[in-house]
Design a protein around this ligand. Sequence first.
Ligand code: SF4
Length: 346
Amino acid sequence: MTDLAKYPPFDRWHDWTELDAKAWPKKVERKYTLVPTTCFNCEAGCGLIAYFDQETGEITKIEGNPEHPGSRGRNCAKGPATLNQVYDPERVMHPLKRVGERGSGKWERISWDQALQEVGDKIREAFLADRRNGVMYHVGRPGEDGYTDRVLKAWGCDGHNSHTNICSSNARIGYQSWMGHDRPSSDFANAEVIFLISAHLESGHYFNPHAQRIMEAQARGAKIICVDPRLSNTGAKADFWLPTWPGTEPFLLLAIARLLVQNETWNAAFMERWTNWETYLTEKHPDRPVEFSQMRAALLDEYAEYTPEAAEQKTGVDADTIREIADLIGEHPTKFASHNWRAAGA
Ligand code: SF4
């Protein structure tokens, strides 16, 4: 009798033996080499381990990788289902070139050398004719952090198209503009207040590693605020569910920001260190000295219309709840983590 284990111990991954479940009730032992890999069925990029059968050389199953620092062996169902993609009989394994009319479904297999040569020739032709925008690159889901974009920019092309040009693009452009990275991971693990605009705690597959930390933080006592018109999984798990009228979310955010400034519970030191308040004062309040001490009054002027009562009218969230949320955030100025993605972000 042995103890149940969640995963094979790491030091035995190179040579792991287990019983073949399909051979039951016979007890047939199979020897595996466990190879770490990455799931790319969404951008969370969770860790996986592939079980290579040492006898047949085939992968017989795929499981979560407990050593992966992000996903820690906890995957959604799509991760282990990667096996179906590896052995899908319709998987495209080689470059194919259309030989019939467009839409006729006729293709022939060509070599990689031929594919690269033909594609390279066409790109060159467009460049020589000064048709930079005759070159377009389409990728389903970009799995790297900007390298391809840099190549396209070096070529003078503005032709990157992908799933992410539309999906979540508003959230991405916001993040990219102010922190230079379009898929940030807030420090949910250490947060005391977590503010989510969108349904990504559980229902958004991108955020599996986030969701794990968010749930752990909540179990430790962190409060979760979810702004989502739907009673999503995130809303159902949250301490506060704020179902704003779609499109009114910025009003709610400004009302909360106004209360933080008014109550002096905003993180002024952070604002002074990390925002362009000098530019803001110079451009928007030229009558005021360019001193940080002016910011509170300047922001209260700017945000004057965003009272809790006005926000209630606009968003449908009652004024007292907005005050309660602002108080909660104000009590934890350095332990606040947020994320915005689809829904209000897109
Ligand atoms: S959340 Fe699911 S689909 Fe996304 S990378 Fe992780 S296992 Fe794969």
